[in-house]
Design a protein around this ligand. Structure first.
Ligand SMILES: [Cu+2]
Length: 201
């Protein structure tokens, strides 16, 4: 009798554990902010250098998207991130599916979410960044960002980093982002390997 009770308790404990694990994997994808970032600052807008794949007269995603006020966080080594405001001038949503740069061997499209422990953590965005038709998507510290996972060298303030974005339609656009000193954006990275972002400040 005593043994049966113990077994039942163990089963209950296991069941609760499984439920808790399932709960962990749910991510809050509501961080797609279309904040009213003022993009009126002239001069810092970089036009998309589109590589059209020739689909008639239809504009590619690359031709419709600009990245304004782009910048990359200065860092000696390890990881960094790129920010800016993506603007979509077309009448259809566009999706950024990948990013590449000579500054890092691996880049990921990240969102920042609050986990069950109340910590701000970064996770890859399933399906990429969606920039709404005629709208903007802000990439900013504490929110969506382009993660440079493995820097190939130090990023010093004043340097310029090329970043190439690939869109869902296969078109690509290259942008240039200046490096700036910034002490924030030190959220933990909650990925497969459980890496934590260096506080490069
Ligand atoms: Cu990140």
């Amino acid at each position: 009798m005593t043994i049966r009770i113990t077994t039942n308790r163990l089963l209950i404990a296991l069941t609760v554990g499984a439920i808790a694990l399932t709960g962990c994997s749910s991510t809050d994808s509501s961080s797609t902010s279309t904040s009213g970032t003022d993009t009126s600052s002239a001069g810092s807008s970089t036009s998309a250098a589109s590589s059209s794949t020739g689909s008639g007269s239809t504009a590619t995603a690359a031709e419709a998207v600009t990245l304004d006020d782009a910048w990359v966080k200065a860092a000696d080594a390890g990881m960094s991130a790129a920010f800016g405001v993506l603007s979509n001038s077309s009448d259809a949503d566009v999706t950024v599916t990948a990013a590449a740069s000579p500054a890092s061997t691996m880049l990921e499209l990240h969102q920042t979410v609050t986990n069950d422990a109340g910590e701000m953590v970064m996770t890859p965005v399933e399906g990429g960044f969606v920039v709404p038709a005629g709208g903007t998507l802000a990439l900013e510290p504490g929110g969506n960002h382009i993660m440079l996972m493995d820097l190939t060298g130090p990023l010093v303030a004043g340097d310029e980093v090329p970043v190439t974005l690939t869109f869902a339609d296969g078109s690509t656009a290259e942008f240039t982002a200046p490096v700036k000193d910034y002490s924030g954006a030190n959220e933990s990275y909650e990925g497969d390997s459980g890496m934590t972002m260096d506080s490069g400040s």
